[in-house]
Design a protein around this ligand. Structure first.
Ligand code: ATP
Ligand code: MG
Ligand code: MG
Length: 554
């Protein structure tokens, strides 16, 4: 792709290339921690990092598992992350890395800092360390252990690694400046003792590097040129630079921060997503209500739509919340172009055409996609007994209701004009259980009355041919924007109790009988739907991706 997009990060990359910085190379990375599934926020970072690499000749984007925390990481997440990045349409080629592969080299860099007098083993308690660190308005104080000799530090650090000390007894700290206005520079912790097995390195290590130490060095060792991260790391940039400079790596990557993506009425932090999954408030990481890529995929979102969305929201320096409707707008635009149209009745109401011959079946020709003539047509069976949607009938129609009601006529899509001549009611409840109708045989396509206009066209399925289905309708996960929930409140109290509605007795046209899970269709007049993996030969299951009506206000 030629670089069609422009933003402040792409401007920096272009200027660096023009100036010959980093020998004109462009190497980015996407560095997730494998402690959860990727979400739409990660998609923004993926599109940015892989996008910039793809736009620059010779550019490459690494996929790096930022797996230096032994307590939260899992191979299941590693696999899911790879699947999701590929599904979004990006390729790291052979550039897949694990920060845990760098443990030995990171240890050596730490020893190097100690030898230069730039790191020391501190033995304060965690509480004391916090007190000594000072506040925004008060400088910190030096730990009494700050003046340990290089020899003593080397010995203690080696013994930390050897497992001689329990958790929390010592840490390795950078020796920078306890009076620095930026608290991140007040002798930050570089290593902690944690006697915890790691999913890849097992019990080989009992000291683990801090993010602020491991991340810049991982970037540098991989020859990353532009290390793009979210805004909360802006205050860490001086430390990033300090680590790289003082460890003397060949490459000095440039950290650039951009605003996180937040979307209205949903949660994005992996901690909260994990909470929902573990407390079974949703049905797993791929629950279609979640903003995870697996959830969005199961819901029917396309990678193309997600990429278009990420491109549209752009990259900025200021945090913003994007409306869910914008995301829906992009998937609707994409599916409109490619989703085949089919007929499905979500809340079936039986309809009998009294003057249509008993036992007769006609195959009617239906257009697969008016937006795409190459999609062709299909045959839809028509017979004397049909289902229409309950919403398309009113016994006492209000003024603006032009669909079916007693004495009125409508067109059945691809078929005939019918007139409602009677209703059958449940004697106990008074509920309408069946409509009695007549049809005009001349109103079919090609008939003498084919052009006759009626006020409404409705969809239908043939009762004996239709396939049973369950349809799942979704609303927003949250009733309140998470940003607006007071911190002292349990955010899960703001979950939308109606986020999932199951319609178990739907009827869909027989062309869907063997639909593969993941296939996306438009149910005419109803919305876009995606066949769910829960589908069985006995009962299909569909997720509503979005309604047809675009509620995005430009
Ligand atoms: P969380 O707070 O949800 O755990 P994280 O930032 O810790 O998210 P990582 O696995 O470290 O999750 O994220 C990998 C990359 O994706 C990082 O570079 C991070 O900046 C980026 N990223 C994560 N969330 C978002 C978001 N909401 N918007 C944009 N980029 C994001
Ligand atoms: Mg992180
Ligand atoms: Mg995190």
């Amino acid at each position: 792709d030629p670089p069609t997009r422009s933003d402040f990060i792409r401007d920096i990359v272009a200027a660096d290339r023009a100036a010959g910085k980093h020998d004109g190379r462009v190497v980015t990375r996407f560095p997730p921690e494998p402690n959860g599934y990727l979400h739409i926020g990660h998609a923004k970072s993926i599109c940015l990092n892989f996008g910039i690499a793809n736009e620059n000749p010779g550019g490459i984007c690494h996929l790096r598992m930022d797996d230096t925390n032994p307590t939260t990481e899992d191979p299941e997440y590693v696999q899911a992350i790879q699947d999701d990045v590929r599904w979004l349409g990006f390729d790291w080629q052979d550039k897949m890395f694990f920060a845990s592969d760098y443990f030995e080299r990171l240890y050596d860099y730490a020893v190097g800092l100690i030898q230069k007098g730039l790191a020391y083993v501190d033995s304060l308690t965690a509480d004391d360390m916090r007190t000594y660190r000072g506040t925004l308005t008060e400088p910190g104080q030096a730990s009494p252990f700050r003046t340990r000799s290089i020899e003593e530090n080397l010995d203690l650090f080696r013994r930390m690694r050897a497992g001689e000390f329990p958790d929390g007894t010592h840490v390795l700290r950078a020796k920078i400046d306890m009076a620095a206005p930026n608290i991140n520079l007040r002798d930050p912790v570089l290593y902690r003792i944690r006697h915890v097995a790691h999913y890849r390195t097992g019990t080989r290590w009992c000291i683990y590097p801090a993010y602020d130490f491991a991340h810049p060095l991982s970037d540098a060792m991989e020859g990353i040129t532009h290390s793009i991260c979210t805004l909360e790391f802006e205050d860490h940039r001086p430390l990033y630079d300090w680590v790289v400079e003082n460890c003397g790596t060949a490459q000095h990557p440039q950290q650039i921060e951009f605003a996180r993506l937040n979307v209205t009425f949903t949660v994005m932090s992996k901690r909260k997503l994990l909470d929902l999954v573990e407390r079974k408030l949703v049905n797993g990481w791929d629950d279609p209500r979640l903003p995870t890529l697996k959830g969005l995929r199961r819901r029917g979102f396309t990678p193309e739509a997600l990429r278009a969305f990420c491109e549209a929201i752009g990259v900025a320096k200021r945090d913003a919340v994007v409306e869910m409707q914008l995301l829906e707008h992009f998937v609707r635009e994409d599916l409109n172009k490619r989703a085949p149209r089919v007929m499905a009745v979500l809340r079936p109401l039986r309809l009998v055409i009294e003057n249509y011959p008993e036992g007769q079946v006609e195959q009617l020709e239906a257009v697969n996609n008016p937006e795409d003539p190459s999609a062709g047509t299909r045959q839809v069976p028509f017979s004397r007994t049909l289902y229409i949607d309950q919403e398309d009938f009113r016994e006492d129609p209000p003024k603006q209701f032009f669909r079916l009601s007693p004495g009125r006529e409508v067109r059945l899509r691809y078929a005939y004009i019918i007139t409602c001549v009677g209703v059958v009611k449940d004697p106990a409840t008074g509920e309408v259980t069946e409509l009695r109708c007549t049809y005009d045989p001349e109103t079919k396509s090609g008939g003498t009355q084919a052009q006759r206009k009626v006020k409404a066209t409705i969809h239908w399925v043939s009762a004996s041919h239709a396939v049973d289905a369950e349809v799942r309708l979704y609303e927003s996960l949250m009733l309140t924007d998470p940003g607006k929930i007071p911190a002292d409140q349990d955010w899960t109290q703001h979950l939308n109790p109606h986020s999932l509605e199951r319609l178990p007795t739907c009827k869909v046209e027989p062309s869907l009988a063997s639909i593969a899970p993941g296939t996306r269709v438009q149910f005419e007049r109803v919305g876009y739907f995606c066949a769910d993996p829960d589908s069985s030969p006995a009962k299909l299951v569909f997720n509503r991706t979005v309604t047809l009506k675009d509620t995005w206000a430009k």
